[in-house]
Design a protein around this ligand. Structure first.
Ligand code: ZN
Ligand code: ZN
Length: 494
């Protein structure tokens, strides 16, 4: 089997079979890189951002990119590799100058931080250092997702009134004495894995965006493949967050955070690539060693001719134990070899969606995920739902009611009602008017709070204080530590 892209005179053996075409290693790498680079040059804004602009001394001529890197996600690693090759090329062509610099942001949990740092060192050593020695192109940042509450910050204690779906909130500050971590929030409030994953991913996205805002980046490069984007789109629909799709995919407008306009745009440079292609790219370039979950990666489907993924039968979870994200991931992984056109159809259709027209003059933002709210979901749910109970009439019904009240379920309901009344009372008495005037959740988060959170009550950072939770300057210490450490060890070796 020969590569279909090599010239007839120099045919090489095909190693990859994708989209019914046969590639050799080299032609496949070129195919993947070209797809990504095409997205990076998609319009004038991004072309100007990435290319080397002359005169070189002109202020603002060097773009500042934020690249969120997860060492358990192949997509972001492949994206970094292609960006890196582009930088090397520019550096060579433009006499030690590049069109942009890259801030790499890794969000970690405290338990895997040591492993991530080790792998990052490996990556810095093999890739970034070479360029950084010429000019400071890369900066590495870490945020510990569990630790960011440490500085004094404000949280909202949110609760949903199960009679009319209205949201009430009480704010309080957390400080040095009562530290709060995401881990604690998840274990204390979440009733299932789906809600845990959802809240973690909401938090990660917000931290990345706020970091870009505070750090003055021009663009965030997200490592989502076409497959991954389709998964997110379907998950958003399933979770009742369909109205967010257009904003999520938008790479034309500047982002907004907390109703403030931002100076950065979001870009999905890998959106023309299937995840099997990304996995194959990693294998060919021998980059799986940088990942922290190599076994898991090796069991993911790829489109290499020789290397089939190791069997993952033993790891297969029961559907009922899977989160919504895992179910959609599995669906798209199963279909992408034979029905990859479904994946591109999902993405192409979603790409055509526009933002919904708001039903009120002023749009509010969700107090959990910060997305725009176009129609108040509390009012809508209240209109279509009957929540008043049927009155108890007979003594038997009284007896059954008493039994229920004494049961675990009844007791937890009593606790909920007490909590609701307390938060309601506090929020009505609160001087801070801004607190509750605009206390809204998007439909998806409302449903999450109503069904997957204990006592329909959640403590969450106040959206307007999110910026204070990420501090780019303090993160630089981490970076320097790592780069310094590395320089010491590299000196020893040479
Ligand atoms: Zn070839
Ligand atoms: Zn929301």
């Amino acid at each position: 089997m020969e590569c279909q892209r090599c010239p007839v005179t120099a045919k090489t053996l095909a190693t990859v079979l994708s989209r019914k075409e046969k590639f050799c290693d080299e032609c496949f790498i070129k195919f993947v890189s070209t797809k990504q680079r095409k997205q990076m040059m998609k319009d004038e804004f991004f072309r100007n951002l990435f290319k080397v602009v002359y005169p070189l001394e002109k202020e603002g001529s060097v773009g500042k990119i934020l690249l969120p890197l997860s060492l358990s996600d192949s997509g972001s690693l492949v994206m970094l590799d292609i960006v890196h090759d582009l930088l090397l090329e520019q550096n060579k062509q433009h006499n030690n100058h590049t069109g942009f610099t890259v801030d790499i942001l890794t969000i970690s949990t405290e338990d895997n931080l040591p492993v991530i740092k080790e792998q990052m060192k490996l990556l810095i050593k093999e890739k970034m250092l070479e360029l950084n020695e010429i000019s400071d192109i890369y900066k590495v940042h870490f945020i510990d997702i569990n630790e960011f509450f440490n500085s004094t910050s404000n949280v909202s204690n949110l609760i949903i009134d199960d009679e009319n779906f209205e949201i009430f909130a009480k704010s309080r500050s957390v400080g040095n004495e009562d530290k709060l971590s995401l881990k604690e929030i998840l274990s204390e409030y979440c009733l299932n894995n789906s809600s845990r994953t959802d809240l973690t991913s909401i938090m990660k996205t917000q931290l990345i965006k706020h970091f870009a805002f505070e750090n003055g980046n021009d663009a965030i490069l997200w490592g989502h493949s076409m497959t991954k984007l389709s998964e997110v789109i379907i998950s958003l629909v399933v979770k009742g967050k369909g109205s967010q799709i257009a904003t999520f995919l938008d790479s034309e407008s500047f982002d907004t955070l907390d109703n403030k306009p931002c100076n950065y745009k979001n870009l999905y440079p890998m959106k023309d690539l299937l995840s099997v292609e990304i996995e194959s790219f990693l294998q060919i370039k021998n980059m799986t060693k940088f990942l922290i979950n190599v076994e898991e990666t090796n069991s993911k489907p790829n489109c290499l001719v020789s290397k089939k993924p190791t069997s993952a039968i033993n790891q297969q979870k029961l559907i009922k134990n899977m989160t919504i994200n895992e179910i959609t991931t599995k669906y798209f992984q199963d279909i992408q070899n034979d029905y990859s056109n479904i994946i591109s159809t999902v993405l192409r259709t979603a790409d055509k969606l526009a933002e919904p027209k708001p039903s009120t003059t002023k749009t509010s933002q969700c107090q959990i995920c910060q997305s725009k709210i176009y129609t108040n979901p509390s009012n809508w749910l209240d209109r279509i739902t009957v929540t008043t109970p049927y009155p108890r009439e007979t003594t038997e019904e009284e007896h059954l009611f008493k039994q229920w009240q004494d049961s675990k379920l009844g007791q937890s309901h009593t606790h909920y009602v007490e909590l609701l009344n307390e938060i309601k009372r506090d929020s009505i008495n609160s001087d801070d008017d801004s607190d509750n005037n605009d206390m809204q959740l998007c439909y998806g988060c409302l449903i999450l709070l109503n069904t997957s959170i204990k006592d329909k009550n959640l403590v969450w950072p106040r959206v307007n204080t999110m910026s204070s939770l990420v501090n780019p300057t303090s993160e630089d210490k981490e970076l320097n530590d790592i780069l310094d450490q590395f320089e010491i060890t590299s000196d020893v070796e040479e």
